[in-house]
Design a protein. Sequence first.
Length: 323
Amino acid sequence: MARMEKKVKKTKITSFKSELPQIPLTRKELKNLLNYRIPCLCCGKEMLHPDIYMRLIDKKELNGKASDVIKLLEPFENIMHPVERQVFNMFKSMAVKYPDKDFRELLLLKKDVHELALVKIQSSIFNKVSFYRRILPKKMARQLRKLMIKTNDIIFDPEPHKPFSRRIFIHKLKNIIKNLENKKLKDEIIEIARRLPRSSDEVSAFVVKNARKSSDVIALNLIHPSVGTFEHLTPKCMLGLSNSLNFALECSHCNNSRHHYPITTQVEENPYMPHNAQLQADKLISLCKKGVCNKEYIENLREVLYWLSERTIDLDISKLYIT
């Protein structure tokens, strides 16, 4: 991973500055593009304008009866991500049977069943990770054993002091095997750990995680992954710029999932990203022809993505020059 990040550092961001010294779009202009059903750069799903989301936050009705909240959220059902839409449909079915309950009360009715389903999935993956104790160096094997004992104590405790965190588990696992010389083996172990379900890709994980939250937060979490954001193509921690020379439009889910990893890692985890990036470019080109988007922004986006993805994302912007 460190080697990959070094590669990204070497890409000539300064050359982008020298070739395109003017900032193509202001933040306001870039944000305005989200009014035009822009697909996410990574997953290709239509994004929600952040101002619409912010207006929803102030709705007191979100803490009310599920049936009332459902009416508020129905206009956004089509842009919900798959897990969130499944949960939303579950709420619609349950609200018919329990019309006076709110979202949190409905999730609590389902929590036990989904918690057992989640633990089964987690246990299977933890067993696969634990297998590697047999082939790891002794010190690493001992550290892995300790981590797995603590982790099992958490997931098998009905009321743990702290809930299990997939992100923290993977972080600790990476620290244990960071000095492992066999890179293929190291990647294998991390790849298995990454199969641990997240609330964004497994209904049971969503139910268990959100059952601890208030009704309004649960409601907002159904649409928050779809909110459009400015993604730093070169992460800020790697001195990436905070303007449209380094910004792409991504949904909140994809932006948060990437963390500070390079674009190459994001493409590895999302094989359809090059295709989806092209969908976004095509939409931006059509907006450019209507005078909404700036040609220089699209040209810069193509160049930055090409180098940071190590030529994996090679946008075709030829239609930009057809009158």
